[in-house]
Ligand binder design. Structure first.
Ligand code: ADP
Length: 451
């Protein structure tokens, strides 16, 4: 089921990336092709208009032996053979539409042009024209762009004066170039598209990796949470069933059983609160509310709770407050983090042991460290200790009733303050947990990575 969903998600990523690449290449190809076509069209148009200017400017040359736009056009155009390229020609029409320069452009070409009619409404318009030639049994089409102009009577060149001139520019070579450009563009894009497919495949796989990790974490979290809840529920159920077998007993007689049940209920409540805190943190619902806090007052609030607790358990709780004044952080969340550390220190420190709290400022950071003389944290566990549900030693925790969420919450709170939480050994034995948060920097953009 989970694999199906993973595959579906992966296919979705792959298709999304492939569609994006395809659209990108299609747009790119379109732009390249259109700009190439546009530059060819501009070239053709500038050719036609260049001819027009030349015709309108041309003066009659007394001994030239003929009037023409260009020397090569002055000569008779060779009869078009199969691979002949007739590039530019000018057909001179009299006002009745009769072609006047038949002799000048050559019989072969003229026979191809003789069907061209004068369409006066096309004056000054660029139009396309197809001319079909036949050599033996082979017919071939030749493509032209044309521009019809009317030469004013005032022109000094009597060949053109008062005539209509149809300038024809052969575009066979341009069309051929366009066609082969289109082909090579298509092949290039196809190759890149195939490469894009490979890239899309790799990208979609790598996009899946963090999702798979987070799904795995989520699954483990739910499984662990369910497991943690099952234990107290089973205890409560057993105690209730036991009490039901003694309906006539007084509450006082069954106080031990009721107290066990209550302990489990309390533990369940803590667990549910912590689970809720972490999942709200995951959903980014928890926003830190930094405010100016008087350090001394803030620490007093926590100590007032823990001093008597430590005394009751015959443990020493000492504080060493080397910082004072106003500091900006979320007092409630930071109180919660400190409570977790103090809770653990008290939990794991044996009777007669001591717990030291040190608070100081260092290089623009507030340092809070809690040292104890308990069993400490083995090196191999130091890295994992802040993971959800991670416990150093199952038997140790069964006695202390932990669920492995405290430090994960402490880490979450500290990260919300852009800070760090670390653990190291205390000497000769025990653990030192140290929180360090920046107190001079802006704290509105906490890190988002989850503990
Ligand atoms: P728990 O609610 O189980 O204490 P935590 O996340 O607070 O969960 O702690 C995780 C693990 O770290 C536990 O396995 C606990 O054994 C160990 N641990 C935490 N604090 C201390 C400490 N001060 N001394 C020794 N072990 C500790």
């Amino acid at each position: 089921m989970a694999q199906d969903a993973t595959k579906k998600q992966w296919v979705k990523f792959f298709i999304n990336e492939l569609v994006s690449f395809t659209a990108l290449f299609a747009i790119l190809g379109g732009i390249i092709y259109l700009s190439f076509k546009d530059s060819i069209n501009k070239n053709i148009n500038s050719g036609l208009y260049g001819q027009k200017t030349e015709i309108l400017r041309s003066q009659r040359k007394a001994k030239s032996g003929g009037d023409s736009i260009h020397p090569y056009r002055a000569q008779a155009t060779p009869p078009p053979t199969d691979n002949a390229t007739f590039r530019t020609h000018a057909l001179i029409f009299d006002k009745n539409g009769r072609i006047e320069n038949a002799g000048m452009i050559g019989q072969g070409a003229f026979s191809a042009f003789q069907g061209i009619k004068l369409v006066k409404r096309n004056i000054n318009k660029v139009k396309g024209l197809v001319i079909t030639t036949q050599f033996g049994t082979k017919r071939s089409n030749h493509y032209f762009m044309t521009l019809l102009i009317k030469v004013p009577r005032t022109s000094t060149n009597s060949t053109y004066s008062g005539k209509y001139v149809l300038i024809l520019q052969n575009i066979d070579a341009d069309l051929l170039a366009m066609e082969s450009f289109k082909k090579s563009l298509f092949i290039t894009l196809l190759i890149f598209w195939a490469l894009a497919m490979i890239i899309a495949y790799v990208l979609s796989r790598s996009s899946m990796r963090p999702i798979l990790v987070s799904w795995k974490k989520q699954r483990e979290f739910s499984a662990d949470a369910a497991h943690e809840l099952r234990t107290p529920i089973t205890v409560i159920q057993n105690q209730m069933e036991y009490l039901l077998t003694k309906p006539k007993q007084r509450i006082l007689d069954e106080a031990a059983s009721i107290s066990t049940t209550l302990d489990e209920v309390n533990q369940m409540q803590t667990l549910i609160k912590r689970l809720l805190m972490l999942s709200r943190g995951d959903a980014n619902i928890i926003q830190i509310q930094p405010k100016s806090v008087d350090l001394k007052d803030w620490i007093k609030r926590t100590f007032n709770i823990y001093q008597p607790l430590a005394e009751n358990q015959h443990k020493t709780l000492q504080k060493n407050i080397l910082a004072s004044g106003q500091v900006i952080f979320d007092p409630d969340l930071m109180h919660q983090a400190l409570v977790i550390l103090l809770d653990n220190a008290l939990k794991y420190t044996p009777t007669g042991g001591s717990i030291d709290v040190l608070i100081k400022r260092l290089h623009g950071r507030l340092i809070i460290s809690v040292s104890d003389t308990g069993p400490g944290i083995p090196d191999k566990d130091k890295r994992n200790i802040f993971e959800r549900f991670y416990r150093v030693d199952q038997s140790r925790n069964t006695k202390t009733g932990g669920n492995g969420l405290g430090l994960a919450i402490a880490k979450f709170i500290v990260q919300q303050h852009n800070g760090k939480i670390e653990v190291r050994d205390n000497y000769p034995h025990g653990a030192v947990f140290q929180i360090s948060i920046p107190i001079t920097r802006e704290k509105r953009h906490p890190k988002t990575d989850k503990p």
